[in-house]
Design a protein around this ligand. Structure first.
Ligand code: Z5A
Length: 221
Protein backbone atom coordinates (compact mmCIF):
# COMPACT_ATOMS: atom_id res chain seq x y z
CA UNK A 1 0.00 0.00 0.00
CA UNK A 2 1.27 3.49 -0.85
CA UNK A 3 2.39 5.47 2.22
CA UNK A 4 5.03 7.86 0.90
CA UNK A 5 4.80 11.52 -0.08
CA UNK A 6 5.35 12.41 -3.69
CA UNK A 7 6.50 16.00 -4.31
CA UNK A 8 7.32 17.29 -7.79
CA UNK A 9 9.04 20.50 -8.89
CA UNK A 10 8.11 22.08 -12.21
CA UNK A 11 8.76 25.29 -14.12
CA UNK A 12 10.76 26.76 -16.97
CA UNK A 13 14.52 26.81 -17.48
CA UNK A 14 16.66 28.07 -14.61
CA UNK A 15 13.67 28.42 -12.28
CA UNK A 16 15.69 27.00 -9.37
CA UNK A 17 14.14 23.52 -9.11
CA UNK A 18 17.41 21.66 -8.48
CA UNK A 19 18.48 24.27 -5.92
CA UNK A 20 15.20 24.03 -4.01
CA UNK A 21 15.06 20.24 -4.14
CA UNK A 22 18.52 20.13 -2.55
CA UNK A 23 17.36 22.48 0.20
CA UNK A 24 14.14 20.64 0.97
CA UNK A 25 15.90 17.26 0.94
CA UNK A 26 18.55 18.60 3.34
CA UNK A 27 15.90 19.98 5.69
CA UNK A 28 13.99 16.72 5.68
CA UNK A 29 17.15 14.69 6.27
CA UNK A 30 18.37 17.01 9.02
CA UNK A 31 15.04 16.56 10.74
CA UNK A 32 15.52 12.78 10.76
CA UNK A 33 12.42 12.52 8.67
CA UNK A 34 11.55 9.34 6.91
CA UNK A 35 13.72 8.24 3.97
CA UNK A 36 14.21 10.96 1.36
CA UNK A 37 14.67 10.03 -2.31
CA UNK A 38 15.73 12.68 -4.84
CA UNK A 39 15.28 11.92 -8.50
CA UNK A 40 14.67 13.63 -11.82
CA UNK A 41 12.99 13.38 -15.20
CA UNK A 42 13.79 12.56 -17.80
CA UNK A 43 16.05 10.11 -16.02
CA UNK A 44 16.28 8.43 -12.64
CA UNK A 45 17.11 4.94 -13.98
CA UNK A 46 19.92 3.78 -16.30
CA UNK A 47 17.50 3.26 -19.19
CA UNK A 48 15.69 6.57 -18.63
CA UNK A 49 19.06 8.38 -18.41
CA UNK A 50 19.98 6.94 -21.82
CA UNK A 51 16.71 8.23 -23.23
CA UNK A 52 17.44 11.59 -21.58
CA UNK A 53 20.79 11.84 -23.37
CA UNK A 54 19.13 11.13 -26.72
CA UNK A 55 16.29 13.61 -26.23
CA UNK A 56 18.35 16.48 -24.79
CA UNK A 57 20.92 16.12 -27.57
CA UNK A 58 18.05 16.87 -29.97
CA UNK A 59 18.32 13.46 -31.65
CA UNK A 60 14.58 12.79 -31.37
CA UNK A 61 13.49 16.26 -32.44
CA UNK A 62 12.32 15.09 -35.87
CA UNK A 63 9.74 12.86 -34.18
CA UNK A 64 7.78 16.00 -33.36
CA UNK A 65 6.00 16.89 -30.10
CA UNK A 66 3.97 13.69 -29.86
CA UNK A 67 6.94 11.47 -30.72
CA UNK A 68 9.04 13.16 -28.05
CA UNK A 69 6.14 12.83 -25.58
CA UNK A 70 6.20 9.07 -26.23
CA UNK A 71 9.92 8.92 -25.42
CA UNK A 72 9.49 10.96 -22.22
CA UNK A 73 6.62 8.61 -21.30
CA UNK A 74 8.68 5.48 -21.97
CA UNK A 75 11.40 6.85 -19.69
CA UNK A 76 8.72 7.70 -17.10
CA UNK A 77 7.28 4.17 -17.09
CA UNK A 78 10.71 2.75 -16.23
CA UNK A 79 11.24 5.45 -13.59
CA UNK A 80 7.84 4.79 -11.98
CA UNK A 81 8.34 1.01 -11.97
CA UNK A 82 11.89 0.98 -10.62
CA UNK A 83 12.19 4.06 -8.42
CA UNK A 84 8.97 5.95 -7.72
CA UNK A 85 6.48 3.22 -6.88
CA UNK A 86 8.94 1.24 -4.67
CA UNK A 87 10.04 4.40 -2.80
CA UNK A 88 6.46 5.44 -2.11
CA UNK A 89 5.63 1.92 -0.96
CA UNK A 90 8.55 2.18 1.52
CA UNK A 91 7.03 5.40 2.87
CA UNK A 92 9.72 7.76 1.53
CA UNK A 93 9.53 11.42 0.67
CA UNK A 94 10.08 11.30 -3.09
CA UNK A 95 11.28 14.64 -4.48
CA UNK A 96 11.25 14.66 -8.27
CA UNK A 97 12.75 17.33 -10.56
CA UNK A 98 10.07 17.47 -13.29
CA UNK A 99 7.37 14.89 -13.94
CA UNK A 100 4.25 14.54 -16.09
CA UNK A 101 3.36 18.27 -15.99
CA UNK A 102 6.53 18.91 -18.00
CA UNK A 103 5.16 16.73 -20.81
CA UNK A 104 1.86 18.61 -20.71
CA UNK A 105 3.70 21.93 -20.84
CA UNK A 106 6.73 21.34 -23.10
CA UNK A 107 5.16 18.93 -25.57
CA UNK A 108 1.84 20.79 -25.40
CA UNK A 109 3.13 24.37 -25.69
CA UNK A 110 3.19 24.46 -29.47
CA UNK A 111 -0.14 22.68 -29.89
CA UNK A 112 1.49 20.00 -32.07
CA UNK A 113 0.34 17.27 -29.70
CA UNK A 114 -3.29 17.85 -28.72
CA UNK A 115 -4.27 18.17 -25.05
CA UNK A 116 -6.63 15.19 -25.25
CA UNK A 117 -4.04 12.83 -26.60
CA UNK A 118 -1.43 14.02 -24.08
CA UNK A 119 -3.98 13.50 -21.28
CA UNK A 120 -4.67 9.94 -22.48
CA UNK A 121 -0.96 9.22 -22.72
CA UNK A 122 -0.46 10.60 -19.21
CA UNK A 123 -3.23 8.42 -17.79
CA UNK A 124 -1.84 5.18 -19.18
CA UNK A 125 1.75 6.12 -18.34
CA UNK A 126 1.14 7.09 -14.72
CA UNK A 127 -1.21 4.19 -14.03
CA UNK A 128 -2.48 5.88 -10.86
CA UNK A 129 0.83 7.28 -9.60
CA UNK A 130 0.26 11.00 -9.08
CA UNK A 131 2.11 13.65 -7.06
CA UNK A 132 0.63 14.72 -3.73
CA UNK A 133 2.12 18.18 -4.06
CA UNK A 134 3.61 20.03 -7.04
CA UNK A 135 5.62 23.23 -6.80
CA UNK A 136 5.43 25.32 -9.93
CA UNK A 137 8.40 27.67 -9.78
CA UNK A 138 7.21 30.65 -11.77
CA UNK A 139 9.35 33.45 -13.16
CA UNK A 140 9.65 35.49 -16.36
CA UNK A 141 11.45 33.33 -18.95
CA UNK A 142 14.04 36.05 -19.60
CA UNK A 143 15.27 35.73 -16.01
CA UNK A 144 15.28 31.92 -16.07
CA UNK A 145 17.18 31.76 -19.35
CA UNK A 146 19.73 34.26 -18.08
CA UNK A 147 20.28 32.18 -14.94
CA UNK A 148 20.60 29.00 -16.99
CA UNK A 149 23.08 30.71 -19.31
CA UNK A 150 25.21 31.95 -16.41
CA UNK A 151 25.30 28.50 -14.87
CA UNK A 152 26.15 26.87 -18.20
CA UNK A 153 29.19 29.05 -18.88
CA UNK A 154 30.80 28.01 -22.16
CA UNK A 155 28.70 24.82 -22.60
CA UNK A 156 26.16 24.51 -25.45
CA UNK A 157 22.39 24.87 -25.07
CA UNK A 158 20.29 21.70 -24.96
CA UNK A 159 17.26 20.74 -27.06
CA UNK A 160 14.82 22.98 -25.17
CA UNK A 161 17.01 25.85 -23.95
CA UNK A 162 17.59 26.71 -27.61
CA UNK A 163 13.90 27.36 -28.30
CA UNK A 164 12.70 30.91 -29.01
CA UNK A 165 11.56 33.19 -26.19
CA UNK A 166 7.93 32.88 -27.39
CA UNK A 167 8.10 29.14 -26.69
CA UNK A 168 9.33 29.77 -23.14
CA UNK A 169 6.56 32.33 -22.60
CA UNK A 170 3.97 29.79 -23.81
CA UNK A 171 5.47 27.21 -21.44
CA UNK A 172 5.05 29.54 -18.51
CA UNK A 173 1.35 29.96 -19.37
CA UNK A 174 0.93 26.18 -19.69
CA UNK A 175 2.33 25.63 -16.20
CA UNK A 176 0.08 28.35 -14.78
CA UNK A 177 -2.93 26.76 -16.54
CA UNK A 178 -2.09 23.43 -14.89
CA UNK A 179 -1.93 25.15 -11.49
CA UNK A 180 -5.29 26.82 -12.07
CA UNK A 181 -6.86 23.51 -13.10
CA UNK A 182 -5.49 21.59 -10.08
CA UNK A 183 -5.21 24.04 -7.20
CA UNK A 184 -5.24 21.35 -4.51
CA UNK A 185 -2.15 19.68 -5.90
CA UNK A 186 -0.25 22.63 -7.37
CA UNK A 187 1.32 25.51 -5.52
CA UNK A 188 2.71 28.38 -7.60
CA UNK A 189 5.87 29.86 -6.08
CA UNK A 190 7.35 33.20 -7.13
CA UNK A 191 10.81 31.99 -8.18
CA UNK A 192 12.12 35.46 -9.03
CA UNK A 193 12.70 36.23 -5.35
CA UNK A 194 15.96 35.38 -3.50
CA UNK A 195 16.72 31.70 -2.90
CA UNK A 196 15.96 31.87 0.84
CA UNK A 197 12.51 33.35 0.22
CA UNK A 198 11.68 30.66 -2.31
CA UNK A 199 12.82 27.98 0.15
CA UNK A 200 10.69 29.51 2.90
CA UNK A 201 7.58 29.47 0.67
CA UNK A 202 8.22 25.82 -0.17
CA UNK A 203 8.75 24.78 3.46
CA UNK A 204 5.58 26.62 4.50
CA UNK A 205 3.53 24.89 1.81
CA UNK A 206 4.85 21.49 2.94
CA UNK A 207 3.94 22.27 6.52
CA UNK A 208 0.48 23.38 5.47
CA UNK A 209 -0.07 20.17 3.53
CA UNK A 210 1.30 17.93 6.28
CA UNK A 211 0.90 19.85 9.55
CA UNK A 212 4.06 19.03 11.42
CA UNK A 213 6.43 20.65 13.88
CA UNK A 214 8.93 23.13 12.46
CA UNK A 215 11.17 21.81 9.75
CA UNK A 216 14.48 20.56 11.05
CA UNK A 217 13.00 19.16 14.22
CA UNK A 218 13.19 15.47 14.90
CA UNK A 219 9.45 15.05 14.69
CA UNK A 220 9.45 15.91 10.96
CA UNK A 221 8.34 12.48 9.88
N1 Z5A B 1 11.28 17.94 -20.61
C1 Z5A B 1 10.24 17.84 -21.53
O1 Z5A B 1 10.24 18.50 -22.56
N2 Z5A B 1 9.23 16.97 -21.27
C2 Z5A B 1 9.18 16.19 -20.14
O2 Z5A B 1 8.24 15.40 -19.95
C3 Z5A B 1 10.26 16.33 -19.20
C4 Z5A B 1 11.29 17.22 -19.47
C5 Z5A B 1 10.26 15.51 -17.96
C6 Z5A B 1 15.30 18.68 -18.95
O3 Z5A B 1 16.36 19.52 -18.80
C7 Z5A B 1 14.57 19.18 -20.16
O4 Z5A B 1 13.61 18.22 -20.58
C8 Z5A B 1 13.80 20.42 -19.78
C9 Z5A B 1 12.35 20.10 -20.09
C10 Z5A B 1 12.40 18.87 -20.89
N3 Z5A B 1 14.17 21.50 -20.57
N4 Z5A B 1 15.27 21.98 -20.73
N5 Z5A B 1 16.23 22.52 -20.98
P1 Z5A B 1 17.20 19.73 -17.47
O5 Z5A B 1 16.74 18.81 -16.40
O6 Z5A B 1 18.64 19.64 -17.85
O7 Z5A B 1 16.93 21.25 -17.20
P2 Z5A B 1 15.82 21.98 -16.37
O8 Z5A B 1 14.86 21.01 -15.77
O9 Z5A B 1 15.26 23.04 -17.20
O10 Z5A B 1 16.57 22.58 -15.14
P3 Z5A B 1 17.64 23.68 -15.08
O11 Z5A B 1 17.76 24.53 -16.27
O12 Z5A B 1 18.86 22.91 -14.67
O13 Z5A B 1 17.12 24.66 -14.00
P4 Z5A B 1 16.64 24.48 -12.49
O14 Z5A B 1 16.99 23.15 -11.93
O15 Z5A B 1 15.24 24.89 -12.42
O16 Z5A B 1 17.50 25.61 -11.78
P5 Z5A B 1 18.82 25.51 -10.85
O17 Z5A B 1 19.85 24.64 -11.49
O18 Z5A B 1 18.44 25.21 -9.47
O19 Z5A B 1 19.25 27.03 -10.92
C11 Z5A B 1 19.73 27.63 -12.09
C12 Z5A B 1 20.76 28.74 -11.72
O20 Z5A B 1 20.06 29.79 -11.06
C13 Z5A B 1 21.85 28.28 -10.75
O21 Z5A B 1 23.03 28.92 -11.06
C14 Z5A B 1 21.34 28.73 -9.38
O22 Z5A B 1 22.36 28.98 -8.48
C15 Z5A B 1 20.57 29.99 -9.75
N6 Z5A B 1 19.44 30.24 -8.86
C16 Z5A B 1 18.58 29.34 -8.34
N7 Z5A B 1 17.63 29.93 -7.59
C17 Z5A B 1 17.89 31.26 -7.65
C18 Z5A B 1 17.24 32.43 -7.09
N8 Z5A B 1 16.13 32.33 -6.33
N9 Z5A B 1 17.75 33.63 -7.37
C19 Z5A B 1 18.86 33.75 -8.19
N10 Z5A B 1 19.53 32.70 -8.72
C20 Z5A B 1 19.03 31.46 -8.48
Amino acid sequence: MRKGRFITFEGGEGAGKSTQIRRLAAALRAGHAREVVVTREPGGTPLAERLRAIILAGKARDLGDFGEALLFSAARIDHIDRIIRPALARGAYLLCDRFADSTRAYQGARGGAGEDILATLERVTLDGVRPDLTFILDLPPEIGLERAEKRRGQGGVDRFEGEALAFHAALREKFLDIARAEPDRCKVIDASTPEDEVAEAIFSACLKKWPLPALGEKQWA
